[in-house]
Design a protein. Structure first.
Length: 92
């Protein structure tokens, strides 16, 4: 049962990573902490600034913290929902 649940989570995270685009807003399941500092808050929208697909298979979404202005790497496992802008701005 555990292996099946974990496989489903991996597939869902991969699906989210592929569906979410740069410019979309993501929402997290919980607050995100690093070194005992809260960098991202649950329920707040964070615009995806970049997507990274590492050679080891790890996928990351890059957003900016409102509190510290740092760029933060977020795993798709932490995303509970996302929104695509109705009129995306494309920079050529």
């Amino acid at each position: 049962m555990y292996d099946q649940d974990q496989s489903e989570l991996i597939l869902e995270a991969d699906f989210l990573w592929r569906e979410i685009h740069v410019g979309d807003d993501i929402y997290l399941d919980a607050d995100f902490y690093s070194s005992n500092r809260r960098l991202l808050c649950r329920g707040a929208p964070y615009q995806v600034l970049a997507k990274i697909d590492k050679l080891c298979g790890a996928q990351e979404l890059i957003v900016q913290s409102y509190q510290t202005r740092e760029l933060v790497s977020v795993s798709p496992y932490l995303v509970c929902s996302y929104e695509s802008p109705e009129h995306p701005v494309l920079i050529s």
